[in-house]
Design a protein around this ligand. Structure first.
Ligand code: UGA
Length: 437
C-alpha cells in the first residue's frame, strides 16, 4: 500500500520505518528540515534502539523516503497524522496547533476514498471535529482514530508487534470501509494474533487518555506507598513485590522512585483533566490532580534526602547525577525528573555534574547552566554524593568497590531502587533508597 506519515518525531519516524518494514511504500513528511535531512540519510534524529538499522534496511529496499513537501502525500491511500500535541504554555490543555496545521496542509492532496488516520494523542472530540473539516473538503474520504501505545526505548518492537490495535471509526462498526483498509495496513501483526478492537471515534481517543492515566496512577500509587513506607520504616520494593503477585494488580509499573516524566504521561493526564472540565466531567478526574501532585513531590523529596545525605547542607557539595534522560534507552529529556532534580540541587547551592550515555546534548539545551560530563569515571571523580536518577544498565551494574576510589564521599542515593543496598552498605557506602529503610 502507499502510505504517507505526517510528522516524523518519536512517533512518526518509527511508524514510517515500521510501515515500510511491513512491506508498504511510505513517504514521511515533516516541516523540520534537519529532521528530514537526517532521516533521508537513514539517520535517526533521536536515539531509539534499533531505529538506525531499521531505517537503513528499509531505505535500501526503496520503500521509504522523506520529504518536506506535503504534495508528495497525494496518491497515498492512507495518511497517518503523527504530529506532537504538547501541553499548552501556562495551561493544562493540549496544544493542537500541529494537528490542525497538518490537517490543513494535507487536505488539498486528499482524494476520494483516502483514509486519514489520527495517531497523535488528542483530547476527546478532536476526531469528530476533524471529520467535519474533512467532509467539507472531500466527503468520500474517511477519518479514523488509531491511537498509538508505543513506549520510547521499545518503539520499534511496540510498533511492529503491538499488544493491541484500536480503530476508532465514525459509526463504531466493523463494517466501516476504513476497517478493511487498516486491516490491510496491519496485515502482518494481525496475522500473528494481535487483537484488534473497533470502536467509535470518542472511545478510541479516550482509550489512549485512559491508558496513560492508569499507568501514571499506578506509578503515583506506589510512590504514595513509598511515602508511607518511609514514615513507617517499611520497604516499598518488597511491598510492590508482594502486591504485584496478585495478578489483578501485577508487578509492572510498580517501581517506586523519582516518579514519571517524559513527553507523554505528565502532559496527557493534565490534558485529560482539562478536557474533562470542558465536558463538565471534571469531578471524575480530580484524582489525577493528586496523581500529578504525588509525582511532583518525589522531586522535592529527593532534594531533601540529598541534603540529609550530605549532612544537612547542599552548599558547595559536589553532586554527580547519573542519568539525564526521563528513562533509560532514550535521549528524551522532556520533563525528565532526573534533570529537574539536578537543576533544583544546583539552585540550592550544590555543584552538580550530570552524566548520561545518550541524553547530554538534549539536556544541555534545556538546562545550559548545569555541568555535563560524558565520561562516567570523570563525572564521578571527586563527588561528595552520587545520585542514580535514570536506571541505565551501566549504572545498575556499578561496582561499589570500584567506584569508591574515585569519589570524595561514600554516599549514594538510589532514585530508582535498582541497586543492591546490602552490597553497597557492605562496601562502606551510606546508601539511601526511596521508600526503603
Ligand atoms: C508512555 C506509555 O507507557 C506508552 O504506552 C504510551 O504510548 C506513551 O507514553 C505515549 O503516550 O506516547 P513512555 O512515555 O515512552 O510511554 O514511557 P513509560 O515507559 O511509560 O515511562 C514513563 C515514566 O514513568 C518514565 O519516567 C519512567 O521512568 C517512569 N516509571 C515507569 C516509573 O517511575 N515507575 C515505573 O514502575 C514505570
Amino acid at each position: 500500500m502507499r502510505i504517507s506519515v505526517i510528522g516524523c518525531g518519536y512517533l512518526g519516524a518509527v511508524h514510517a520505518a515500521c510501515m515500510a518494514k511491513l512491506g508498504h511504500e511510505v513517504i514521511g513528511i515533516d516541516v523540520d528540515e534537519q529532521k528530514i535531512g537526517a532521516l533521508s540519510e537513514a539517520r535517526s534524529p533521536f536515539f531509539e534502539p534499533g531505529l538506525d538499522q531499521l531505517l537503513k534496511n528499509v531505505q535500501e529496499t526503496g520503500r521509504l523516503s522523506f520529504t518536506l513537501d506535503m504534495a508528495e502525500a497525494e496518491g497515498s491511500g492512507v495518511h497517518f497524522i503523527c504530529v506532537g500535541t504538547p501541553q499548552k504554555y501556562g495551561e493544562n490543555g493540549a496544544d493542537l496547533s500541529h494537528v490542525n496545521a497538518a490537517m490543513e496542509a494535507l487536505l488539498p492532496y486528499v482524494r476520494p476514498d483516502d483514509i486519514i488516520v489520527g495517531k497523535s494523542t488528542v483530547p476527546v472530540g478532536t476526531a469528530a471535529r476533524l471529520s467535519i473539516i474533512l467532509a467539507e473538503h472531500e466527503p468520500r474520504a474517511h477519518l479514523v482514530w488509531n491511537p498509538e501505545f508505543l513506549r520510547e526505548g521499545h518503539a520499534v518492537k511496540d510498533t511492529l508487534s503491538p499488544d493491541r490495535l484500536v480503530y476508532g471509526v465514525a459509526d463504531g462498526s466493523d463494517d466501516h470501509a476504513a476497517v478493511s483498509v487498516l486491516d490491510e495496513v496491519y496485515a502482518a501483526p494481525l496475522s500473528s494474533g494481535t487483537p484488534r478492537l473497533v470502536t467509535d471515534l470518542p472511545t478510541a481517543e479516550l482509550v489512549k487518555a485512559a491508558a496513560n492515566s492508569f499507568l501514571a496512577t499506578k506509578i503515583s500509587f506506589i510512590n504514595a506507598m513509598a511515602e508511607v513506607c518511609e514514615a513507617a520504616g517499611a520497604d516499598v520494593t518488597r511491598l510492590a513485590d508482594a502486591i504485584g503477585m496478585d495478578d489483578r494488580i501485577g508487578r509492572k509499573f510498580l517501581n517506586a522512585g523519582i516518579g514519571f516524566g517524559g513527553g507523554c504521561l505528565p502532559k496527557d493526564i493534565r490534558a485529560f483533566m482539562a478536557r474533562a472540565g470542558e465536558l463538565g466531567a471534571d469531578q471524575a478526574l480530580t484524582f489525577l490532580r493528586e496523581v500529578d501532585a504525588i509525582n511532583m513531590r518525589r522531586r522535592t523529596r529527593v532534594v531533601e534526602l540529598t541534603r540529609e545525605l550530605c549532612g544537612g547542607s547542599l552548599l558547595g557539595q559536589h553532586i554527580t547525577v547519573l542519568g539525564a534522560a526521563f528513562k533509560p534507552e532514550s535521549d528524551d529529556v522532556r520533563d525528565s525528573p532526573a534533570l529537574s532534580i539536578a537543576a533544583q540541587l544546583q539552585l540550592q547551592g550544590a555543584v552538580v555534574t550530570v552524566t548520561d550515555p545518550k541524553a547530554l546534548k538534549n539536556a544541555a539545551k534545556r538546562f545550559p547552566e548545569l555541568r555535563y560530563e560524558p565520561d562516567l569515571d570523570s563525572a564521578i571523580g571527586g563527588a561528595d554524593a552520587l545520585l542514580l536518577l535514570t536506571e541505565w544498565q551501566q549504572y545498575r551494574e556499578l561496582d561499589p568497590f570500584d567506584v569508591s576510589s574515585g569519589v570524595a564521599g561514600l554516599r549514594i542515593l538510589d532514585g530508582r531502587n535498582v541497586l543492591d543496598a546490602d552490597k553497597w552498605r557492605a562496601a562502606g557506602w551510606h546508601y539511601r533508597g526511596l521508600g526503603r529503610p
